[in-house]
Design a binder for this molecule. Structure first.
Ligand SMILES: [Zn+2]
Length: 154
């Protein structure tokens, strides 16, 4: 690690104080695990599919902070969305691996994760926000998803 510049938890904004050489630090306030060693983050773009809308809209490069805000503000889709299409937000790396989210209740998210290179096509249902947030952080930082065991092969 080049410097010990102050870090903020991307989820809750609390200060993080990694010690010299530490790669991961756990936020004392919200429990998120953050990679503080990564100087250059992966380039992640996002896409959006509005409720009942046929097409996916590409929205361009996004930061982790912005992505976490989008996740928290994702609208709750009705149980029977028009044309069977809920509101979806997704995040994609340059290799085409993606993670996407839908929300059918205040506190629970559905998550789809696809990594074509590893032949992984996974789907998870009714996942609480804090776990969804951690998986989004892990995705941005190029780590194995922490709660991947909640996602099942399709
Ligand atoms: Zn935190």
């Amino acid at each position: 690690m080049a410097s010990l510049k102050p870090f903020k938890c991307p989820v809750c904004g609390a200060p993080l104080t990694p010690s010299q050489g530490q790669k991961f630090v756990k936020c004392d306030y919200c429990g998120s695990v953050i990679d503080v060693s990564t100087e250059k983050k992966r380039e992640i773009s996002w896409y959006y599919q509005p409720l009942g809308f046929e097409n996916v809209l590409d929205k361009g490069i996004i930061t982790l902070q912005e992505a976490l805000t989008l996740l928290e503000n994702l609208k709750i889709s009705p149980q029977n969305p028009p044309d069977g299409i809920p509101e979806i937000i997704g995040f994609r790396d340059q290799a085409g691996t993606f993670i996407e989210f839908t929300r059918y209740s205040q506190f629970l998210y559905d998550i789809r994760y696809e990594n074509v290179k590893n032949n992984e096509f996974l789907m998870g249902y009714d996942i609480p926000l804090y776990k969804a947030q951690q998986m989004l952080i892990d995705f941005f930082e190029g780590r194995e998803l922490r709660w991947k065991n909640l996602l099942k092969s399709e």
